[in-house]
Design a binder for this molecule. Structure first.
Ligand code: BGP
Length: 461
């Protein structure tokens, strides 16, 4: 086999509670920011399809786990919904939710599929958001309690925990660029949200260790390698700043136990540092992880600014760099994201060389495509573009592993076409096609390809 992967390599896919469960306001669950936002501004969502329209994992989990098995998954990541488990955020545990998650985890075990469980995948309970969400330090304690409850309830079933999925995204979306609730545009508030998220992460890790729970704990970060337009010092500086803000603001605390000095200096220079309390440093140092999940979709290409910043305008990341639309770059035209396969290798090499080669795996990688129906042949979506996308990324991943990078698995986004934040069903990512009307599931060609690859632990070319 030309591209053989290490023994016990994790092959699987990822999903999340809000995007798949459905029954968004049923089964005792309270509203998340997504439910509330949809209720007040449905036009924000593609074709006004809201988070209630899903593949209804809440009912179809058994059937879906059978499909995971059919696709030869040996592992699968999903999340627990805080607002389902503890509807008022801080009080009573919802027994119906406990039964649901525990039955689902049992079924995964029965099928020999290792569960990877995320505690927070963008779905803040609205009751907590009303108290300030991640801007309010009190949420750190509430999140830690929620995490502890999960460890206590499901610790015998789950061996791989993740505190957050892509914690920078609610920061960017909710507090900088207006694509998540609460639609604030304010760098200082964004910095506070990011800081409190790091504290919440560290506090949950500390609780996990204090409780001597079995297994390991980590976080899932979306890493966007920052490439400069040129080797000119001004472009290099722009790339360094983008890297500090969008990667290292989480990567350094969770792997090294501290913030990069350059980032602290930068925020100080622009008077954007969040308030620090006594003991925060020690807490952050306690938040070092066992396992890093890497979501890789696209790089970030930047250049120095061509024009001076208007000093009257509010501080934004773009004060420090401009985006660079590199001529000839390969794009996914539907999602508007660049496809750059070597990025996956560059991430791994950076982790190996600058972060002590931590245990890691690719926790998401994928290709969202519009109107996939047009590729149906004999009743099945023939998504050759997705097979090519995965193959090309796996080749670079394989190269990284053969050069000593400590990458233990590859999970695709996603198992079944799911509801996406604001984009609803505009771009579909699944190995399995979902008919929203009938709930019928049909495996795509890429699903079959992946099943064979997972079974053979690699592929030939
Ligand atoms: C990641 C998220 C996923 C998923 C994916 C695809 O950022 O972790 O939840 O949605 O991106 O992105 P989108 O659905 O916005 O196209």
């Amino acid at each position: 086999m030309k591209y053989a992967f290490p023994e016990n390599f994790w092959w699987g896919s990822a999903s999340s509670a809000q995007q798949t469960e459905g029954e968004s306001l049923k089964g005792g669950k309270s509203a998340t920011t997504w439910d509330a936002w949809y209720a007040s501004q449905p036009w924000r969502f593609h074709q006004q399809v809201g988070p209630q329209d899903t593949s209804t994992f809440y009912q179809h989990w058994r059937e879906d786990i059978a499909l995971l098995k059919e696709l030869n998954h040996n592992s699968f990541r999903t999340s627990i919904s805080w607002s389902r488990l503890i509807p008022d955020g801080t009080g009573e545990v919802n027994r119906e939710a406990v039964a649901f998650y525990s039955n689902m985890l049992n079924e995964l075990a029965e099928q020999g599929i290792e569960p990877f469980i995320t505690l927070f995948h963008f779905d803040m309970p609205m009751v907590m958001q009303e108290k300030g969400g991640w801007e309010n330090r009190e949420v750190v304690e509430a999140f830690t309690r929620y995490a502890q409850i999960c460890f206590d309830l499901f610790g015998h079933q789950v061996k791989h925990w993740f505190t957050f999925n892509e914690p920078i995204v609610p920061v960017e979306g909710g507090y900088l660029y207006d694509f998540h609730y609460p639609n604030v545009v304010d760098f200082r508030r964004a910095a506070t949200v990011a800081y409190n998220t790091v504290l919440a992460h560290a506090s949950a890790v500390r609780a996990f260790r204090a409780g001597h729970h079995p297994g390991e704990i980590g976080i899932v970060l979306n890493l966007t390698p920052s490439y400069p337009r040129s080797q000119h010092p001004a472009d290099l500086k722009a790339a360094h700043h983008a890297d500090l803000l969008f990667n290292r603001s989480f990567l350094d605390p969770v792997l090294l136990g501290e913030y990069p000095a350059d980032l602290v200096a930068l925020l100080k220079e622009y008077d954007q540092l969040p308030a620090c309390h006594l003991g925060d440093k020690e807490l952050i140092a306690a938040g070092k992880i066992d396992l890093l999940g890497i979501n890789y979709y696209q790089p970030r290409r930047v250049k120095c600014r061509d024009s001076a910043v208007n000093p009257e305008s509010p501080f934004m990341p773009e004060w420090l760099f401009d985006y660079y639309e590199m001529p000839g770059r390969k794009m996914n035209p539907w999602r508007g994201w660049e496809i750059y396969e070597p990025g996956i290798y560059d991430i791994l090499v950076n982790l190996r060389d600058n972060y002590g080669n931590p245990r890691c795996f690719i926790s998401e990688n994928g290709m969202g495509v519009e109107n996939e129906q047009r590729f149906i042949e004999n009743g099945q979506i023939n998504d050759q573009y997705r097979i090519a996308f995965i193959t090309d990324h796996l080749k670079w991943l394989h190269k990284g592993i053969s050069e000593g990078c400590n990458c233990l698995g590859y999970h695709m986004w996603t198992f079944i076409d799911n509801w996406s934040w604001c984009n609803a069903y505009k771009n579909r990512y699944g190995f399995v096609q979902l008919d929203l009307e009938t709930q019928k599931r049909t495996v795509k060609k890429s699903g079959e390809w992946f099943a064979a690859t997972a079974k053979n632990n690699g592929f030939d070319e």
